[in-house]
Design a protein around this ligand. Structure first.
Ligand code: DGL
Length: 258
């Protein structure tokens, strides 16, 4: 594993969802180069076993590390739950940035707010999530809502479809009309449906996602290790996907104004 401050940053996800994180990274560090790998051939991850997800994630990360990337952003809450700890133990000197549902800002956003957490079934059933939730006990009331179908709609690249809207209206129906104060988008695919979710739940509901925090943390880690690219240049983004048809979709989604 040879890398330096000019090496690219890898961003991995089960599919196209991590592009929401890549957008935040590129906004913050536009002079860096990125390799985005989406594993759409194996998506969705959120309904697989932890062992399967770990093995897919570790293989993807190790392949990128061999190519000399200077950090890996695991831009997927599900893959982070299943594999981040394992990877950090195996490669203690390497930078792995994980994603986790943004419970903290949501919990602190009001007086004992009711917070709806939308994520994949795997993320919500992991002990890691329960431990995170326990940190804010007494400060907020969390309601877990798995939304595996939403990943499939977003993977199709057809954002804002009628089917997607109908699905969201159905699962969010019990929480409309001011019954929640905030919603956490605990899956990196979901910010692509942010507008739709906001419209259904109401404009007063606060929406939280983890991409920006992860991008800030990535920058901090690179800085601490002297690995930030200091050149004044425009960075490149190289899109790769285990499903070749998804490469063009990924590029389009990177520029999606949603
Ligand atoms: N984007 C992923 C996440 O943040 C999961 C989507 C999937 O189920 O593949 O959890």
């Amino acid at each position: 594993m040879k890398y330096n401050n000019q090496s690219p940053i890898a961003v991995v996800d089960s599919g196209v969802g991590g592009i929401t994180v890549l957008r935040k990274l590129y906004k913050l560090m536009p002079n860096e180069d990125y390799i985005y790998f989406g594993d759409s051939a194996n998506a969705p991850y959120g309904v697989k076993t932890k062992e399967e997800i770990r093995s897919l994630t570790v293989n993807a990360c190790e392949a990128l590390m061999e190519r000399g990337v200077k950090a890996v952003v695991i831009a997927c809450n599900t893959a982070t739950s299943a594999a981040a700890e394992y990877l950090r133990e195996k490669y203690p000197d390497f930078i792995f940035i994980g994603l986790e549902p943004a419970l903290k800002p949501a919990a602190l956003s009001g007086e004992n707010p009711r917070v709806l957490v939308l994520a994949t079934p795997l993320t919500l059933k992991e002990e890691k999530f329960d431990k995170l939730m326990a940190r804010f006990e007494g400060k907020a009331e969390f309601i877990k809502l798995p939304a595996p179908e939403l990943v499939k709609f977003i993977e199709s690249g057809d954002l804002d479809s009628d089917e997607e809207l109908a699905y969201l209206e159905e699962i969010l129906a019990p929480y409309t009309g001011g019954r929640v104060d905030a919603v956490v988008l605990g899956c990196t695919h979901f910010p692509f449906a942010r507008r739709c979710i906001q419209r259904i739940l109401g404009e007063n509901v606060l929406v939280f996602e983890g991409g920006k925090g992860a991008a800030n943390y990535c920058r901090l880690c690179l800085k601490e290790k002297g690995l930030l690219n200091s050149e004044d240049r425009e960075g490149t983004i190289f899109f790769e996907n285990s499903d070749a048809n998804k490469v063009e979709v990924s590029k389009r989604m990177f520029y999606y104004k949603g």
